[in-house]
Write a protein of this length. Structure first.
Length: 362
């Protein structure tokens, strides 16, 4: 049976709480949980021990007991101590936002590299929690009689995890260098490369399928795509490019997660052009564009030129069109991948870019 979850979003100020709450519901559903209730708690600042006040924790504990809740998810990052304290008080599993995203990633990872990467991040995440859990335990039980075996177990766990981390890093390094030589080969052959980036659920995979006539997994879920897929697309005789579909981005992606996906996002750093896919029907599209650009910057790909693709125009009654900047460069194109609107405009734009690049490099 799917686990039943209660979600907690703390409103420190009033910015975007509704949107953050809605997003957490989607994340939970994508992880396979059933959302029983989504709560907002107002606070000026987080409490060191429990993140929220004791009164609220008691209320939550009652709610969890009454409705047989399996899981409480916080829409924030918790310290290992906060997580442990909350689990004790609430008597059920407590996850923070990063933990939840990691869970979805683990569920979705398909490729060998993706699986290795996700295991690595999970172990790094677990490592910090392991230490704190144990310290809490020995402190609570006074240590005598318990301390010896407990610490031995902890040492064993730590050593096993550390060994596995070394092993995973070595394997990833190998896969990474293989990928690098593939990229170099592609560069030498001069094929134009386009990578699709964008907020999760913007419609990248749907557009990828339309452009490349493929059938990659596209669904109304957050992080439906985890692994990068690439296909060659033929536009007209002699005009072709390699298109890559990538993992979606989300706000406040923790540093560990960005690190983990740097390798799979090679195609983004090395691309000749980024198609930045935006859900035009989202009220928060401007914030989402900003957040994606922040991740692109962290990946070191700010130098790659970008065309914004406003997708899902069928939902907002917009017409397919191309917009230009003052200097004549393309700024955006509006399409509907699902309804097939404006796809021809996009294909023509891509063909122009490829031919223009070819003329420059000749
Ligand atoms: N109405 C409408 N829905 C669309 C359009 N394009 C995609 N969708 C829907 O949006 C949802 C997400 O589409 P995906 O293609 O999986 O989005 P994605 O950006 O690849 O998402 P992640 O891989 O999760 O980051 C699916 O339910 C699609 O059917 C569109 O043009 N119009
Ligand atoms: Mg996708």
């Amino acid at each position: 049976m799917a686990p039943r979850a209660v979600l907690v979003t703390v409103e420190f100020d009033s910015t975007c709480t509704d949107e953050h709450q809605r997003e957490l519901v989607l994340l939970c559903q994508s992880a396979g949980a059933v959302v029983h209730q989504s709560l907002v708690v107002k606070r000026k600042q987080a409490v060191a021990s429990l993140f929220i006040g004791t009164g609220k924790v008691d209320e939550l504990a009652q709610l969890c007991q009454l409705h047989q809740i399996d899981l409480v998810v916080f829409n924030h990052d918790l310290t290992p101590v906060q997580q442990r304290n909350l689990e004790q008080k609430l008597n059920c599993r407590v996850l923070d936002r990063t933990g939840l995203i990691l869970d979805i990633f683990a569920l979705r990872a398909q490729s060998f590299e993706g699986k290795l990467q996700i295991e690595l991040v999970q172990l790094e995440y677990l490592k910090s929690r392991l230490v704190h859990r144990h310290e809490g335990l020995s402190g609570q039980q006074g240590g005598i009689g318990m301390r010896g075996p407990g610490e031995t177990q902890l040492e064993t766990d730590r050593r096993l995890i550390a060994n596995r981390i070394i092993q995973l890093k070595a394997r990833l390094q190998k896969v990474h260098s293989q990928r690098l030589s593939q990229t170099k080969q592609r560069r030498r052959s001069g094929v134009f490369t386009v990578a699709m980036v964008g907020y999760t659920n913007a419609g990248k995979s749907t557009l990828f399928n339309v452009l490349s006539n493929s059938k990659v997994y596209a669904a109304d879920q957050l992080f439906a795509t985890l692994d990068t897929t690439s296909r060659k697309v033929f536009l007209e005789p002699g005009v072709e490019f390699v298109l890559s579909d990538t993992v979606g981005f989300i706000r406040d992606l923790s540093h560990g997660l960005i690190e983990a996906f740097k390798a799979t996002l090679d195609s983004v750093i090395d691309a000749d052009l980024l198609l930045h896919v935006v859900d035009a029907s989202s009220e928060y599209r401007q914030q989402q564009i900003q957040q994606v650009n922040t991740v692109i910057h962290e990946l070191g790909a700010s130098h790659v030129s970008q065309i914004i693709v406003f997708n899902k125009i069928d939902l907002v009654d917009l017409q397919p069109q191309v917009k230009f900047l003052d200097d004549g460069q393309v700024s955006s194109v509006s399409v509907s991948a699902k309804a097939g609107l404006g796809v021809i405009l996009l294909r023509n734009l891509l063909a122009q870019q490829i031919v223009a690049r070819r003329n420059i490099t000749r």
